[in-house]
Design a protein around this ligand. Structure first.
Ligand SMILES: NC(=O)c1ccc[n+]([C@@H]2O[C@H](COP(=O)([O-])OP(=O)(O)OC[C@H]3O[C@@H](n4cnc5c(N)ncnc54)[C@H](OP(=O)(O)O)[C@@H]3O)[C@@H](O)[C@H]2O)c1
Length: 511
């Protein structure tokens, strides 16, 4: 058995050991990368495709590398063959399947007016109907595993109208909606569902789609010019996100459609995609709750971290605890509401990290729960100042340090849609040229002091909790560690094709 990824990290949340997975279309392109990535995390994987020779070649290569991957021929267009595939999988994995990756897909580019009934049947059948049916067939196995995860490989074509792809786009749009319905219906069975929507990725499918236009080079040029930093994706850019969504580390993420469609280069940084060794990070509000979990998670991945908060005693306690655990974390007092203190903080960080910062986590946030009509202008200044303006200013201050690092990543800990989420997209667009990515994580209800204080402000705490839980498919509040895992993932080189995204981790609350 090959050594698995992240074996240095003892945390079981970052392992797929003991888990089983089915990946459709695993012989080339994105599916091939996914099968390898899941196996590297310790999962036993089964793949299918139509061509038996291709399967044999892949299995030989994987088995030589020590990966326990099996495979069988299946044309997913055939209902009977799908049923046989799932019987086969049930027998190999003793009735338990943890992971179903609906990846196989096809496209026949044409003008909308030219599609025949056969075209529609083939594209919808391969991309959507087969995935729908495989989910139905896999349900008892996913449920029996006690920890199930479905990931659809969708496409940005399902989110944005692209030329010559009306049927393909419809199949992916349907897939995105199905993701949310599965997340809602099967949360009670401990099954999550998410969809990954890649931008253009260098595979045979993309080549054949571009050949239709007769101008492959021009097609690539246009796509690259529309991607903020300008290169096509690689299958490994997509497989990393798919694998992350299957890890226990992603256990509060369900019903999400996540795009992976923009890229930054790893200049000057080691090419270890799942490590933050040699990187530096600033986490605001790092003494408790989500920020505390993020600081620790980044340090576990090898980053050197600086935190800030308002209370020096709290900082000291945290640093002592982290230093005892061997993490390289420093900290200083800063009230992020004060412009001067923000400037001092960044000077401090520049001096500690020798002018280079890889990661800025704008986490510190506050709330004063009131009815809309009762908010005073001081309340608005405090909330907008702490949550938005400070993040805006810190991003400006950090810009030269992020640029200097050669590999920068900003993550906003957002919540409700609003200023921060839009700002994320603008940074992603403007600073992509400087190898700086920006993403926002929007947590649902997470068990922290902030949530406690919101609850206490209500006269009917129990009723409020009951109402929130009844609207959360997974039926519980999140834990800080479930947010920090997503934040850490977004900062890893493994996530280098993800920028400008607002990703919700809410147990399905707003799907
Ligand atoms: N490449 C991109 O730019 C891009 C962008 C967005 C989304 N995607 C999505 O990513 C997924 C993978 O695409 P890719 O680019 O990796 O494609 P690819 O390189 O063409 O690989 C497709 C895989 O699916 C298998 N497959 C195709 N039709 C099948 C069928 N009827 N039954 C069983 N297996 C079948 C193929 O093997 P056989 O031919 O032997 O069956 C192969 O293993 C697709 O869902 C695609 O829509 C791709």
């Amino acid at each position: 058995m090959a050594e698995t990824k992240l074996s240095g990290i003892k945390d079981e949340r970052w392992s797929l050991h003991g888990m089983t997975a089915l990946v459709t279309g695993g012989t080339r392109g994105i599916g091939h990368a996914i099968a390898g990535e899941l196996a590297e995390f310790g999962a036993a994987v089964h793949i299918c495709a139509r061509n038996q020779d291709d399967i044999n070649k892949c299995l030989e290569d994987w088995n030589n590398r020590g990966f326990p991957i099996t495979g069988s021929a299946c044309d997913l267009l055939s209902r009977d063959q799908r049923e046989n595939l799932m019987k086969n999988v049930a027998s190999i994995f003793h009735g338990k399947l943890n992971i179903l990756i609906n990846n196989a897909g096809t496209n026949t580019p044409k003008k909308l007016i030219d599609y025949t009934a056969e075209d529609v049947t083939k594209i919808m059948g391969t991309n959507f109907e087969s995935s729908y049916h495989l989910c139905q067939l896999a349900h008892p196995l996913l449920k029996a595993s006690g920890y199930g995860s479905v990931v659809f490989v969708s496409s940005i074509a399902g989110l944005k109208a692209l030329p010559y792809s009306s049927v393909y786009a419809s199949s992916k749009g349907a897939m995105n909606q199905l993701t949310k319905n599965i997340a809602l219906e099967w949360a009670k069975d401990n099954i999550r569902a998410n969809s990954v929507a890649p931008g253009p990725v260098k595979t045979l499918l993309l080549d054949s789609t571009l050949k239709f236009s007769g101008e492959v080079d021009k097609g690539i040029e246009i796509m690259v010019s529309q991607t903020p930093i300008g290169r096509l994706g690689q299958p490994k850019d997509i497989s990393a996100l798919v694998a992350f969504l299957c890890l226990p580390a992603a256990s509060y993420i369900t019903g999400q459609i996540i795009s992976a469609d923009g890229e930054t280069k790893l200049s000057g940084i080691k090419d270890e995609r799942w490590s933050l060794h040699g990187m530096t990070a600033l986490v605001t509000g790092g003494t408790r709750g989500i920020g505390h979990a993020i600081a620790e998670e980044l340090a576990e991945f090898g980053a050197t971290v600086h935190i800030c908060a308002r209370n020096q005693d709290d900082i000291n306690k945290c640093l002592e605890d982290w230093n005892n655990k061997g993490f390289r974390i420093t900290g200083s007092v800063c009230d992020v509401l004060s412009r001067d203190q923000r400037e001092n903080l960044m000077k401090n960080v520049a001096s500690i990290f020798h002018g280079k910062l890889n990661i800025l986590i704008n986490n510190a946030g506050t709330t004063i729960p009131k009815n809309l009509i009762d908010y005073t202008s001081e309340d608005v200044t405090t909330i907008m100042g702490t949550n938005f303006e400070s993040s805006y200013h810190l991003s400006q201050l950090a810009y030269p340090l992020l640029k200097e690092s050669g590999y920068g990543s900003i993550v906003f800990i957002s919540s409700v849609a609003g200023a921060m989420n839009q700002f994320t997209k603008n940074i992603a667009l403007e600073w992509a040229k400087d190898n700086i990515r920006a993403n926002a994580v929007a947590p649902g209800c997470v068990e922290t002091v902030l949530l406690d204080s919101i609850m206490k402000s209500s006269h009917e705490v129990d009723k409020v909790i009951e109402a929130m839980l009844s609207q959360t498919p997974v039926g519980r509040f999140g834990k800080p560690k479930e947010i920090s895992a997503l934040v850490a993932f977004l900062c890893l080189p493994a996530a280098s094709y993800i920028t400008g995204q607002i990703i919700t981790a809410d147990g399905g609350y707003i799907i």
